[in-house]
Design a protein around this ligand. Sequence first.
Ligand code: ATP
Length: 549
Amino acid sequence: MTQLHIEETNGRHLNVAFSPSGNDFFDLSKHDPETIVEISPNGRYAKLNTVLGKGAYKVVYKAIDREEGYEVAWNCFQTTKAQFNALSQEISILKEVRHPNIIAFHDWWYSKDNEFIFVAELMTSGTLREYIRKLSLPNMKIVKRWSRQILKGLIYLHSHDPPIIHRDIKCDNIFINGAHGEVKIGDMGTAKMKLGKKYTVIGTPEFMAPEMYDEKGYSEKVDIYAFGMCLLEMVTGEYPYNECKNAAQVYKKVIQGSRPECLNKVQDPEVLDLINHCIAPENERYTARQIVNHPFLLVEPEVVLLTMDPEKVNLSLQLVFKGMDKLAVKFNFNVVKDTAEEVVGEMIEEQVLLEKYKTLITHEINRILRELNKIQNGDDQNKEEANSLWPISGASSTGYGGSRSNIALTISPGSMAQTQMERNFMNGMISPLYPGMEPNRRREWLNDPEDSLPMREYPNDTPIEEFVSDTAQALHRDMEKARQWTDKLKKEDIMTVGDLRRLHDEDWAGIKLTVFATRALKNALAESTRLRSPRSTASTNSNGHEEGL
Ligand SMILES: Nc1ncnc2c1ncn2[C@@H]1O[C@H](COP(=O)(O)OP(=O)(O)OP(=O)(O)O)[C@@H](O)[C@H]1O
């Protein structure tokens, strides 16, 4: 490539390079290599000559953290020393804010050029607003994923003691890391600790809740209102109150309670309902935790095959909630005896899975069976044999009494770090087995029938309904479920806990309770037996159940 140095008539110097054909040329001055132009007072951060962006108040450069080797964002903000000093307390609080969905704030100082400089986590793909424009309209899956992440950040800020109010949530202040689809709340410069109600009118008019304008003060709920407007922008691609010509018009509409026109364009009833809950009057407005449990944001589950025996008859499957890798429902599936419909029906019946996922999960299980069928067919070329081995949807079943051993809620390693929000998600989809109990504990209990339920001792003459209702409650099942279990037991003349204790394994199978219910009651019984005095537990059988008492 030929390179030339050209001096233009206006005195500007250009470095250009011609391609070998001579038809193309490149302006090399636009491709200056990145060079260090400034070092932070503590020597840790090196500012580069690359501008990441410019806003109304600040210029943001790329920089390098020379201690960790990370790229960071170097923000320059013109301000007086007095203003900088006034901000110092808030800034030191922001340095403590550490959450995967909030841009980390690393360091700050006041420069000799009267600039407040702060170093923050660098985001690679611009703002949510730019992204929405780029994608024309993001699909609902993306909107859901973004929303969940923003809400995780808000839950964190609002659960801080005292709560931190961001006060300027909008799509321009939410940043994206494109490679991983990560979304983080940025521009924490307006954030404030809520020590009592806040009064300062601050933010962007289109995203400001009406109570921000009255002198009664406002709370962290203003961020929820702003999130509602962001969601509106995400689903319509329009800036809220686009119909207004200036901030005064927006203000007038907001205090009159007039909704943005683009709200009429929202088609999806779930999204509309969610936005309405976000922009409702302050006392009716949802909290970030409530929003995250809204049906629109519930995560869609899928099924994965974990293991299978060499005969490929007993499969271990797992229901995984996408985006929530720590939450899963593990269950065994016998391809000869079980059908997807039955298993899913049982999960719904036992309130392990929401009814709305019935078709999806049935389809998912059948998809796995079909895949296995394909493998089988490919392996031995014997279609007939393969079909008999893999009874897919609707195939006759010999029943599953006792063969499908369990549906277990499992939490993968690292679950102790599970956030409250994730637990809330979980509560929305799967009933918590023991509220307040550590996730690991649940897993142990469910995987090990010998493990215990947190119940009391039940004498033999305890009415069966009392025991069943306590068990259902401990498992967070509703009372209707308890009644169904009791009815089935009473049909078999089981009126007391003593009657239940006298049952043998084959008797249990005859009661026609689901595998899950049988397992739950057996475990509760074993626990109750364990809690009895050593004298009375002397004659327990191998399952921990008393015999003949
Ligand atoms: N952490 C970051 N990582 C990467 N780019 C960033 C980061 N922070 C800001 N930018 C870029 O710099 C631009 C200006 O930043 P920002 O919008 O926060 O400036 P501002 O003056 O505070 O904003 P506004 O004009 O919205 O009031 C952004 O649009 C973005 O492109």
